[in-house]
Design a protein around this ligand. Sequence first.
Ligand code: AMP
Length: 282
Amino acid sequence: MSQVAVFETVKAMREAVAAWHAAGEKVALVPTMGALHEGHIALVTEAQKHARRVIVSIFVNPTQFAPHEDFKKYPRTFDSDRAQLEAANADAIYFPAVEEMYPPGFASRVLLLGPAAVGLEDRFRPTHFEGVATVCCKLFTQSKADFAVFGEKDYQQLKVVTRMAHDLDLGIEIVPLATFRETDGLAMSSRNRYLSADERALAPTLHRVMQALAARIRNDDPLFQAVADAQTEIITAGFELDYLEARHADTLAPVTSRADGPIRLLIAARLGATRLIDNIGV
Ligand code: AMP
């Protein structure tokens, strides 16, 4: 276990990265909002396969939360995060204050089309991705990292960020990593700690229903009916369903059958005040 450096400013991070690059070392960035769990640590381990140096950013980004969302109560657990990153041998934490990221007068946003405008998360969180993309664009250019690792857990986000990095020539390679799950199938998430005991017991239903749906689609059951049945099952189990859809795995465009291309199933559902998202390939 090594001591992990903590950078609070762009300048401090850039100096470290410049020294690493001068020594011929590649740098990978793992953007997070903290409240780290094993899924985040898996991203660090993946990053270490691509680059000698790994920076984990911890920034609860206000611009990706709508006014009614959980920005204020989002868990902030820096000491535990730092201990986990030390144990994982990360090289540095980038932990900027909101004013470092958004100084007075800040007035720019990345405008997104394509996978950011397909009627999934963007339908329910209309300003979310411009906040995500803007902060990721800043994190990439601030750090000048060679790689950035993102989880498939946030599948639409992964597609949006990958598209943006390519379209805007940001000079960074986006590396995806499969979703890390609890033993009962629930996708690990910082928001799982909001769940009551009863809600936590119900939450793995999402993954179970998605797996059964994927099996039906692989068996060539009619897609529309299989999706409709799965939606009913989620609602009957006690979730408020925002969406459960079958989409093209690359473009996120709607699909009507397996002939339309590789399929990704994506879901967002609420249990009480907690909104859960998940997705799997077919
Ligand atoms: P967050 O801190 O939740 O905003 O997520 C930071 C990064 O961790 C994103 O790239 C997420 O997709 C990824 N991530 C979150 N949960 C998981 C998980 N269970 N498995 C893999 N990656 C995850």
